[in-house]
Design a binder for this molecule. Structure first.
Ligand code: PDD
Length: 275
């Protein structure tokens, strides 16, 4: 497998990452996960735009959109993976540990591809989630490498035999540990507004776009944990999870434990868009 680090494409066995990379000790960087299906990138422009935006938000300068595009394009070409999830991160640079931004240091790009299958079983049968308080920082719109709270909350789900943790701030549902969250109530598709409390998912935007095409009413004002548990349908979305129905939240069964019809309609259009 060929990966990219600090200006070079290398075989994974030969790739050496610098321990002075600020991504390691500060999580000082931003990232994206981009899917490609049968050799074709899905929503690549949107991911590159968001990466540029995340970099601007944390004041990383010196990497152009064109450079990022060239790296991901060449990386895909150099690997023989048909269906992949491409991970790309940009760190502030390599220097001895010092909190203040380094001077005269270039940002460092790391990128690699893992084979990824479509999550078909969970897309059909749905998943269980648990809920918890959202105690993350207040810049969740930045796709930061700092994912400690997300990692710990995902692990709580795993220990509980669930698939994901849905977080809330003062009972207002924000997002999952690595997904956005929607409910359907009386035919209206609701989700948290795209502000600093959530990552504005590319899949979230796709779902909203599809809903509008289908004439489904959308509402981006958010909802509470109580509304979540009383919803007709619940969906979590991400680049890797795609559009996944939620059929149980803590001890509450949703949608008779089955994928709902609105979810199914949106999934069908999403599938058609991929191919
Ligand atoms: N996670 N919210 C959070 C906190 C996320 O980490 C992600 C994605 C999303 C969904 O965003 P998108 O639809 O653009 O993938 C929402 C990626 C896949 C990850 O960290 O693996």
């Amino acid at each position: 497998k060929i990966s990219f680090y600090n200006g070079e494409f290398k075989n994974d066995d030969e790739l050496r990452v610098k321990y002075q990379d600020r991504a390691f000790y500060f999580g000082d960087g931003v990232y994206e996960v981009i899917r490609y299906y049968e050799g074709e990138f899905f929503t690549l422009d949107e991911h590159l735009d968001r990466l540029m935006n995340s970099m601007a938000e944390i004041e990383i300068e010196g990497v152009s959109r064109q450079e990022l595009l060239d790296i991901v394009t060449e990386l895909k070409e150099r690997n023989t993976i048909e269906n992949g999830a491409l991970y790309i991160q940009v760190s502030r640079g390599i220097q001895n540990r010092n909190h203040a931004y380094p001077v005269d240091v270039e940002p460092v790009v790391l990128a690699y591809i893992n084979e990824a299958r479509r999550p078909r079983t969970q897309s059909e049968n749905g998943v269980h989630v648990i809920t918890s308080e959202d105690y993350r920082w207040l810049k969740c719109h930045v796709k930061s490498l700092n994912l400690l709270a997300n990692v710990m909350e995902k692990e709580r789900a795993v220990k509980a035999g669930a698939h994901e943790t849905v977080m809330h701030r003062d009972q207002v549902v924000t997002e999952g540990s690595s997904t956005n969250v929607f409910i359907v109530k009386n035919g209206v598709l609701k989700t948290h507004p795209a502000n600093n409390f959530i990552l504005n998912g590319i899949t979230r935007l796709e779902v909203l776009k599809i809903a509008k095409q289908l004439g489904i009413e959308t509402d981006e004002t958010g909802f509470t944990v109580e509304e979540l548990k009383e919803a007709d349908e619940v969906i979590i979305t991400s680049t890797t999870q795609e559009i996944t129905p939620v059929v149980k939240i803590d001890d509450t069964i949703i949608s008779d434990g089955q994928r709902g019809s609105v979810t199914n309609r949106i999934q069908e259009v999403f599938d058609a868009n991929i191919h």
